[in-house]
Design a protein around this ligand. Structure first.
Ligand code: NDP
Length: 340
């Protein structure tokens, strides 16, 4: 790379790309959006026009051959992440991939290995690592504000918006459902804030007829961490008024987060201990997607790592897969792959 801005190519004319990531890439002085690829020529052209993107392609291959593309953001539907990331590795292009990294732990491990072998940066867009509220929670835990961590609760429920009532709830083979969708973010957020590894999960899922074709509407789990802490997890597509909550309970205090898992950041955080309850300051205006792009740009330029690496994406997926397996077998399951 030269001193010119990093040219990003988008694989996937997706809602998230148009809603958050184009603006996040453009918010950084050292990056710009140069191309978009879709399976549909018309969708690619419309997305490019709507977002003032100079080049568009009807396949990832065309985009990857474009010399203006220095880095790729993959936000295709979940079943395509594996194929698209392997294509980026083969083309020698750094890639920031959406979550879940893949549909199986084996496929995600293959993506991590391919990017390593090709010497390209792989990041997972667990953007909440760049959310000031979660960074404040991690800092409080590290600094001992809650004492020894004993338990956590993460709740991430929503009514899936109408315009997303497509592959997520109609095509089981596409890998939608709240466990892959919000769950992978939540497991990464727990790993990030508690700085601990999950060693066992007990999960349960329910299909209450919101999602079609046997995809879960809700998932719940209890997680056990190596350090001894436990956490409860709840994600849903059909619970419209619950919002998000993330609490960490320790021997000396509790952190209580409300709205801290919402898309672009924000939310409110309190610390309650023997001296009373006070709000923990954080920059609620700071956009988490922009932070994720900034860290990725720096990694592409050889400085540091993406906020969430490919391995972080693999580990979050391994926890989600263990919850699914536990729900299916009706017994506790240890996540596959090292969680160190
Ligand atoms: P979309 O359904 O909007 O996009 C996924 C793909 O669906 C697109 O790449 C596009 O395929 C196709 N598509 C888009 N619009 C239409 C349409 N109107 N009709 C038919 N097909 C369409 O999903 P999201 O943007 O919500 O999710 C994309 C990825 O991003 C997923 O992996 C998801 O998990 C992740 N995500 C991450 C978030 C985060 O906060 N990190 C938040 C939301 C999603 P094509 O490219 O071929 O045109």
């Amino acid at each position: 790379l030269t001193a010119r801005p990093i040219g990003w190519g988008l694989v996937g004319a997706s809602d998230i790309a148009g809603r958050h990531m184009v603006a996040a890439i453009r918010s950084q002085a050292d990056s710009e959006v140069v191309a978009v690829a879709s399976r549909s020529e018309q969708r690619a052209a419309e997305f490019a026009t709507r977002n003032a993107i100079p080049h568009h392609y009807a396949s990832p291959a065309g985009l990857l051959a474009d010399p203006a593309v220095d880095a790729v953001y993959v936000s295709s539907d979940n079943r395509l992440h594996h194929e698209h990331v392997l294509a980026c590795a083969a083309a020698g292009k750094p890639v920031l991939c959406e979550k879940p990294l893949a549909l199986s732990v084996a496929a995600a491990a293959e993506m991590v290995a391919a990017c390593e072998a090709a010497g390209v940066v792989l990041g997972t867009n667990h953007h909440l690592r760049s959310a000031p509220a979660l960074q404040a929670m991690r800092r409080c835990v590290r600094e001992g504000a809650v004492g020894e961590v004993l338990a956590a609760r993460i709740t991430h429920v929503t009514r899936l918006p109408e315009h997303l009532h497509r592959w997520r709830i109609t095509e089981p083979e596409a890998g939608g459902g709240p466990l892959n969708d919000m769950g992978t973010h939540d497991f990464d957020a727990l790993r990030f804030v508690l700085d601990d590894k999950v060693i066992e999960v007990t999960g349960m899922t329910a299909n209450q007829d919101f999602a079609r074709a046997g995809i879960e509407d809700q998932a719940m789990a209890i997680l056990l961490f190596a350090g001894g802490a436990m956490a409860t997890f709840h994600a849903a597509y059909n619970v419209g008024f619950g919002g998000s909550a993330f609490d960490v309970h320790g021997s000396a205090g509790s952190l209580l987060g409300r709205g801290v898992l919402s898309a672009a950041g924000g939310g409110t955080l309190w610390l309650r201990d023997a001296t009373g309850e006070r709000e923990v300051e954080h920059d609620a205006e700071k956009n988490a997607y922009e932070g994720a792009v900034a860290a990725f740009n720096a990694a592409v330029r050889g400085s540091g790592q993406p906020a969430a690496t490919g391995v972080d994406g693999l580990r979050a997926l391994a926890i989600a897969s263990a919850v699914r397996e536990s729900a299916r077998r009706r017994r506790p399951v240890a996540p596959e792959c090292g969680q160190e």
